[in-house]
Design a protein around this ligand. Structure first.
Ligand SMILES: NC(=O)c1ccc[n+]([C@@H]2O[C@H](COP(=O)([O-])OP(=O)(O)OC[C@H]3O[C@@H](n4cnc5c(N)ncnc54)[C@H](O)[C@@H]3O)[C@@H](O)[C@H]2O)c1
Ligand SMILES: [Zn+2]
Ligand SMILES: [Zn+2]
Length: 305
C-alpha cells in the first residue's frame, strides 16, 4: 500500500526547502520502510542546495540518518520490524568489476544510479502531492518522517545508541574515522594533519587518535572548531586565517612534513595545503570536494616525492 508522510522538498537550488506531504509507493520485495528518528545535515546536502553538486529536482535531501524499521518487503533480508538502524548511502551490487575488487564505493550500479536520484534499482519511489516524480538523495532522502531504502542500506545497531548519535555514523563518522582507520596507513606515533574540522574532520581527528597518531594537527578557519577538535583528541590547533599550517607541520616534524594529511574542508586552498604539508613518501587523503567542473592548481614541486 502506498503511504503519505511529510518531508522537506528542495524544488530549486538556492531556495529554502519546503515541508510537504509526499507519497511513497508500496514497498517492493527488498524495500525497507524506516521511520526517521534523527538525521544529520552533511555538507554534501548543502552542496545540492547551493547548486555546486547537481541532482535532478525536486528532491528530498538527507543521507545521514537513523531510525526504526516500520515495515519490510516480502524478500527483505538482514532486518526486522522494530530494529533500530543506521542508514548507509552506499548500497552495492556485490558482483561488478569494482565490487569484485572490494571497492563498493565504485560499484557500477551505485555510481550509475546515484546521480539519477531514484532508488538503487533505478525506479523512483516518491511523488509530490500533485503526482509529479520526486527524487531521493543517495537512494535515501532522509529529511522526512519516513524513507524507503533497499534492505542492505538499513544496518541494525544496538538499541542503547541514541538516534541523534547513531545517525552521524552514516556519513560523517564513516567518512572521517574510516579514512583514518581504514584508508590511512597511520603508524603509531605518526604526525597527522586534519584540515577542516567539521563533522567529517572531527571524526578523522578521533580516528587518528584511535589509530595511535602521536601529534594531531587540526586546521580550520573557525576557532570554535579548533576548540572542538582539541576535545576530540587534536594536540595542536591551527587557525588557517592567521597561521601557516605548512610551517607548523614542518616545525613539529624536524622539517620533514607530516606523515598523513587528511583534507575534510572541501576547499581548493586546503587541497593545495595537503601536498605542501605532507612529507616525502607520506600520505594525502582527500575527503572534501568542490564543484566537479572547477580546476585546482598545485605547485608542481609539491607533487614530487
Ligand atoms: N568523501 C566522502 O564520502 C564525503 C562524505 C561526507 C562529506 N564529504 C565532504 O567533506 C567535506 C566536509 O564535510 P562536512 O560535512 O564535515 O563539512 P562542514 O561544513 O561541517 O566542515 C567543513 C569545515 O572546513 C572548514 N574550512 C573551510 N575552508 C577551510 C580552509 N581553507 N582551511 C581550513 N578549514 C576550512 C570550515 O570552517 C568547516 O569547519 C565537504 O566537502 C563534504 O562535501 C565527503
Ligand atoms: Zn555526507
Ligand atoms: Zn557493484
Amino acid at each position: 500500500m502506498s503511504m503519505q508522510y511529510r518531508a522537506a522538498v528542495l524544488h530549486a537550488v538556492q531556495t529554502p526547502m519546503s515541508i510537504e506531504t509526499i507519497t511513497s509507493a508500496a514497498l517492493k520485495p527488498t524495500d525497507v520502510l524506516v521511520r526517521i528518528r534523527a538525521a544529520g545535515l552533511c555538507h554534501t546536502d548543502l552542496e545540492v542546495i547551493e547548486g555546486s553538486l547537481r541532482y535532478p529536482l525536486p528532491i528530498v535531501l538527507g543521507h545521514e540518518a537513523a531510525g526504526t524499521v516500520e515495515q519490510i518487503g516480502s524478500a527483505a533480508r538482514g532486518v526486522k520490524v522494530g530494529d533500530h538502524v543506521v542508514l548507509s548511502w552506499n548500497p552495492h551490487c556485490g558482483q561488478c568489476f569494482h565490487c569484485d575488487r572490494d571497492a563498493p564505493i565504485l560499484c557500477e550500479q551505485y555510481l550509475g544510479e546515484g546521480p539519477k536520484g531514484g532508488a538503487f534499482d533505478g525506479e523512483g519511489r516518491t511523488r509530490l502531492s500533485d503526482g509529479r516524480p520526486l527524487q531521493q538523495l543517495m537512494f535515501m532522502g532522509s529529511f522526512g518522517e519516513y524513507c524507503v531504502v533497499t534492505d542492505q542500506q538499513a544496518i541494525p545497531v544496538p538499541k542503547e545508541i541514541p538516534f541523534d548519535r547513531a545517525c552521524l555514523i552514516g556519513c560523517g563518522v564513516m567518512t572521517g574515522a574510516g579514512a583514518a582507520l581504514n584508508l590511512g596507513a597511520i603508524a603509531h606515533g605518526d604526525t597527522v594533519m586534519v584540515i577542516g574540522c567539521g563533522a567529517v574532520g572531527l571524526a578523522a581527528v578521533q580516528g587518528a587518535r584511535l589509530a595511535g597518531a602521536g601529534a594531531i594537527i587540526a586546521v580550520d578557519i573557525d576557532p570554535a572548531k579548533l576548540v572542538l577538535a582539541a576535545k576530540m583528541g587534536a594536540t595542536h590547533g591551527v587557525d588557517a586565517k592567521k597561521e601557516d599550517a605548512i610551517a607548523i607541520g614542518k616545525r613539529e616534524t624536524k622539517g620533514r612534513g607530516v606523515d598523513v594529511v587528511i583534507e575534510a574542508a572541501g576547499s581548493a586552498a586546503a587541497f593545495r595545503v595537503t601536498t605542501e604539508a605532507v612529507r616525502p613518501g607520506g600520505q594525502v587523503i582527500w575527503l572534501g570536494k568542490i564543484d566537479v567542473n572547477n580546476d585546482v592548481a598545485f605547485r608542481w614541486g609539491s607533487l614530487m616525492q
